[in-house]
Design a protein around this ligand. Structure first.
Ligand SMILES: [Zn+2]
Length: 388
């Protein structure tokens, strides 16, 4: 049983629970550890906990933890009691599902989140202290100096802390050194060495470790990324304890096979028997379970559908160059290869597309998978022979 459903973070949660119970919670924290081990999910859950109005109340100008939390209580009791009630106004505002497949940012007026935009090489200064023309009148530091909306704490999470440049770090130093009252700031980075010394020295650091394989497998299953416990275990075994790596493996496994498939489909002669063998091998690779195998075959057929669509678009351009959608750019080399090798016609592309959509239908209807694959590729090969 892990704290609030966040794997591998019990020790860190315990330290926050004890510090809260003693009334000695600091203000600036740095979480470091490999990608995909739950730092961000933990930070969000911790934020929800620290913002909970039943767990903490204001006395004078400081936040006091619910009297039921005794710092000397047992580990189990502390972990059990240190949690958001789920019912107060703050908890209701902070809608967040630990196990959701895609992380959705919690919306809460006293919760702030900053990260590096994908097209930037560093954390932009304006996110921290406002744009040049309104320096210190917007941005994170400004927001944290305002009165809190719900009258309690404020929590800020600064993601991608590996990407502070000196200017950004300097802008934040004072806030980290002495956070505004009742404010908790959590920085998230991948390793201690990637943090600027000026930042590191002002934060209390917590290290997150790779997850056990079983935890990665559980997460993949709960999030519906895989079709069975066997597939989850197989993927988790090579993930190095990181969900990010596991997701990458799930995607790259298909893209490697896509290359084999499209090479086969765009060849001069479509070798149906050989390609059917390769498809079945891919489908059966992770597990003998029917739902897993079905899902894998569907992915194969969807790749083929996209390929025949792109081929059709290219051929149907009636003399002018066809436009391939950017999303189909990866297919372009195979489309060109097919045109060079076999001079396909518009009819061929359409018939093949239709035959592939039929096969997809059959998978949905739960038919025998190897039979679907063989019949599909034999028919494609027959259409292909009609060309040469
Ligand atoms: Zn609450």
């Amino acid at each position: 049983m892990s704290w609030q459903g966040v794997c591998g973070a019990d020790e860190v949660a315990l330290q926050f629970a004890r510090a809260s119970a003693r009334g000695r919670l600091g203000g600036s924290f740095l979480f470091v550890g490999p990608q995909g081990v739950g730092k961000r999910v933990f930070a969000f859950m911790l934020a929800k906990t620290l913002l909970c109005q039943r767990l903490f109340h204001k006395e004078g100008d400081r936040m006091v933890c619910d009297a039921g939390l005794d710092p000397s209580a047992s580990r189990e009791e502390l972990l059990e009691r240190f949690r958001p009630c789920g019912e107060c106004d703050s908890c209701k505002e902070f809608a967040f599902d630990v196990m959701a497949p895609e992380l959705v940012l919690p919306q809460h007026p006293d919760f702030h989140y900053v990260c590096k935009p994908a097209d930037k090489s560093a954390l932009p200064l304006e996110l921290l202290v406002g744009a040049k023309e309104e320096r210190m009148q917007s941005g994170l530091c400004y927001a944290l100096n305002q009165t809190s909306f719900l009258g309690g704490r404020r929590v800020a999470v600064i993601d991608d802390a590996d990407y502070f440049n000196v200017e950004g770090a300097n802008a934040l130093l004072k806030t980290l050194e002495e956070p505004p009252k009742n404010t908790v700031i959590i920085l998230i980075g991948t390793s201690a060495t990637k943090q600027l010394p000026t930042i590191r020295s002002r934060c209390q650091m917590f290290r997150f470790q790779p997850l056990p394989d079983s935890a990665v497998a559980d997460i993949l299953l709960t999030q519906g990324k895989v079709g069975s416990p066997e597939e989850a275990e197989a993927v988790a075994r090579h993930s190095g304890g990181s969900t990010t790596e596991a997701y990458r493996a799930l995607n790259s496994d298909l893209s490697v096979f896509q290359h084999t498939l499209l090479t086969g489909l765009s060849a001069k002669h479509l070798a149906a028997v050989q390609l059917a063998g390769q498809v079945c091998e891919y489908v059966d690779k992770e597990s003998k379970d029917a739902p897993v195998r079905r899902k894998r075959l569907q992915n194969v057929l969807k790749s083929a559908v996209a390929y025949f669509r792109a081929l059709y678009c290219e051929l149907d351009a009636k003399g002018s160059r066809g436009v391939i959608e950017p999303s189909a750019a990866a297919l372009a080399p195979f489309v060109r290869r097919a045109i060079q090798n076999a001079q396909p016609t518009v009819e061929y592309a359409l018939d093949s597309l239709e035959r592939t959509l039929d096969a997809l239908d059959q998978v949905d209807r739960n038919a025998n998978l190897p039979y679907i694959v063989e019949a599909w590729l034999y028919d494609l090969a027959a259409l292909h022979r009609g060309l040469v």
